[in-house]
Design a protein around this ligand. Structure first.
Ligand code: DQA
Length: 144
């Protein structure tokens, strides 16, 4: 079963980007870890990243059309992209919102997620493990 793991802006900078907040794991390492974690559970996990809102919306349309579950770290788009939210609202399979950090414990502008209300649920604050917990959630929901 296929799962899309979609990531928004600046997440390919992992490893060098504010390591005190986001950790030392690099983007290629994250991709590999999540892909292998899924494969060990018979999931075909496709991990993608873009800095483009339009591209991310296009990937959500693809997931909506295919009925595929999505694990989404919308990064900064979390906090203001109604376009992304409207695309996420079209999904038919579960949507798990993930964050590496805990946005609720950070700056005020990060306390709002415009995605959360259209997500099945949110996993935040566990570092890279947030993604693995999201894979478990997809399986627990019987969607994978
Ligand atoms: C993030 C949190 C967002 O506030 C931030 O803009 C990111 C990463 C996280 O994974 O902790 O880029 O989504």
């Amino acid at each position: 079963m296929k799962v899309l793991v979609l990531n928004g802006p600046n997440l390919a900078r992992l490893g060098t980007r504010e390591p005190d907040i986001y950790g030392a794991t690099t983007w290629p390492q994250l991709q590999q870890r999540v892909t292998e974690y899924g494969a060990a559970r018979d999931l075909d996990v496709d991990v993608r990243q873009t800095d483009s809102e339009a591209e991310l919306i296009g990937w959500l349309h693809e997931a909506a059309d295919e009925g595929v579950p999505v694990i989404l770290n919308p990064a900064a788009f979390t906090h203001y992209s109604y376009g992304l939210r409207d695309a996420a609202a079209q999904l038919r399979a579960p949507l798990i919102e993930v964050h590496i950090s805990n946005p609720a414990a950070r700056e005020e502008f990060r306390h709002t997620s415009v995605i959360a209300a259209v997500a099945t649920g949110t996993i935040a604050g566990f570092g890279i493990t947030s993604y693995l917990l999201a894979v478990d959630a997809v399986l627990a929901l019987g969607a994978g």
